[in-house]
Design a protein around this ligand. Structure first.
Ligand code: NDP
Length: 269
C-alpha cells in the first residue's frame, strides 16, 4: 500500500492474513511515499521485488496517469490497485468490485430493482454509480449537498443518473430497492446522517460505505425496520480480493475470521 500518510491503512492486515492462509511466502507492506517521489517509486516496484501495489490518497489520480488503466479505473477517474501484465503496469479501481461483491454477499438479488438512491457525489460515489450501471440499474437518483457535483456525475455517467434534491427523497425512497450512503456523514467525528427511512418499502436494501463505527446509525435504523443491510467493512474486505487475485493468481475468501481480525483492529481506534 502506497500512501502519504499511510498510518491508518488496514490493507496490510488483510493481505498478510491471506498470505499466511494460502501459505504464500510474501509480505504486504505499507510504504509512505510523498507525491513528488511517487512516479520514481512506481518505476522501482520490480526492483523492490513488488508484484504490484495498492495506492491510496493522494496518489489515486497519479496512479491512473502513470499506468495502463482498465475500464473501471478509467471511468471512476482513480486507480487503487496496480499489477504487472505482459510487462505493462496495469491499474484498476477495486471499490466498484468491493461495493458489488459486498452487496451480493449480504443481500443476494439486490439488483432486481430498477431504482437506487445514492447519497453523496464524491470519489466513492463514482465507483458506486459505475457499479450500479454495470448491474443494469435503470435509474440512479443522486442526492448531494453540492448539487453541481451530482450534475457532474450525470455528465460523466449518462442519463441513468438523476441528480435530485433532498426534498425529493421521500418520493424517491418509496420507489427505490436500494439506498446507499457514500457521504462521510455518520462517520466517527463527522455530523450524523439524518434521514427518515419510513418511505422505503420493506424489501429495500440499505448499504453504508462508512465503516467507523461498524454499525452506523443508518444501518441500525435500517435493521430495526427489517431491511437487509450491507456495511462498509464488508466493502473494504471484498475490495481487497481483486488485488490479491491479480498478484498471486489465487482468489482469497472474506472469512468470518478475517472480519473479526479487522473489527478488533478498528475497535482499537
Ligand atoms: P469524498 O470526500 O470524495 O466525498 C464526500 C461526500 O460526502 C461528498 O458527497 C460530500 O458532499 C459529502 N459530505 C461531506 N460532509 C458533508 C456534510 N457535512 N453534509 C452533507 N454532505 C457531506 O469522500 P469519499 O467518497 O472518498 O468517501 C466517503 C465515505 O465513504 C468515507 O466515510 C469513506 O471512509 C467511505 N469509503 C468507504 C469505502 C469502503 O471500502 N467501505 C471505500 C471508499 C470510501 P459535497 O460534495 O457537498 O462536499
Amino acid at each position: 500500500m502506497i500512501g502519504w500518510p499511510i498510518g491508518h491503512s488496514r490493507s496490510p492486515l488483510i493481505h498478510n492474513y491471506w498470505l499466511r492462509q494460502h501459505g504464500i511466502a510474501g509480505e504486504y507492506r505499507a510504504e509512505a511515499v510523498p507525491p513528488d517521489a511517487f512516479p520514481e517509486f512506481l518505476k522501482s516496484l520490480t526492483h523492490r521485488h513488488y508484484v504490484g501495489a495498492n495506492v491510496t490518497l493522494p496518489h489515486k489520480e497519479a496512479a491512473l496517469r502513470l499506468s495502463l488503466p482498465d475500464d473501471r479505473a478509467e471511468a471512476v477517474g482513480a486507480a487503487d490497485t496496480l499489477w504487472f501484465e505482459g510487462g505493462a503496469l496495469r491499474s484498476t479501481n477495486t471499490d466498484v468490485e468491493g461495493f458489488l461483491a459486498n452487496l451480493d454477499a449480504a443481500a443476494a438479488g439486490w439488483d432486481r430493482t430498477s431504482d437506487a438512491v445514492v447519497l453523496g457525489a464524491g470519489g466513492s460515489a463514482r465507483a458506486v454509480v459505475f457499479g450500479l450501471r454495470e448491474r443494469g440499474i435503470a435509474r440512479i437518483h443522486l442526492v448531494n449537498r453540492t448539487a453541481e457535483r451530482a450534475v457532474a456525475l450525470r455528465t460523466r455517467f449518462g442519463e441513468q443518473v438523476d441528480p435530485a434534491s433532498a426534498a425529493e427523497l421521500p418520493g424517491l425512497l418509496a420507489q427505490a430497492g436500494l439506498l446507499v450512503n457514500t457521504t462521510s456523514l455518520g462517520m466517527r467525528g463527522q455530523p450524523p446522517l439524518v434521514i427518515d427511512l419510513a418511505p422505503l418499502s420493506t424489501g429495500a436494501v440499505v448499504c453504508d460505505l462508512v465503516y467507523a463505527p461498524l454499525e452506523t446509525q443508518l444501518l441500525a435504523a435500517a435493521r430495526a425496520r427489517g431491511h437487509a443491510t450491507a456495511d462498509g467493512l464488508g466493502m473494504l474486505l471484498h475490495q481487497a480480493v481483486r488485488g490479491f487475485s491479480l498478484w498471486y493468481g489465487t482468489k482469497p475468501s472474506v472469512t468470518r475470521e478475517l472480519r473479526a481480525l479487522i473489527e478488533a483492529d478498528l475497535a482499537k481506534t
